[in-house]
Design a protein around this ligand. Structure first.
Ligand SMILES: [Zn+2]
Length: 82
């Protein structure tokens, strides 16, 4: 087994423990948005792998694969740039 495949298996196992799958772009397919605090409690290591996240700025749920940065939605990122 190639060394770089190990972290991905770890992520897949973590998602399966939550009853979730991994998307082709290696994100956890969570149906309910998680906040940064919830993500850290679940597993800090995978905090940036959740697809649906709760924005730290406006608290709206957003899909990171459609825009945004870390735990900020696209709108809040744009606002922060101004
Ligand atoms: Zn926001």
């Amino acid at each position: 087994m190639l060394p770089q495949t190990m972290p991905m298996l770890d992520l897949i196992n973590f998602a399966r423990q939550q009853g979730l799958e991994i998307s082709p772009d290696h994100l956890i397919e969570n149906p309910v948005a998680v906040s940064i605090d919830e993500a850290r409690i679940l597993k800090a290591k995978w905090a940036l792998r959740w697809k649906l996240r709760k924005c730290r700025g406006c608290e709206n749920a957003f899909n990171i694969s459609e825009g945004g940065l870390y735990y900020l939605c696209h709108e809040c990122v744009e606002e922060a740039k101004q």
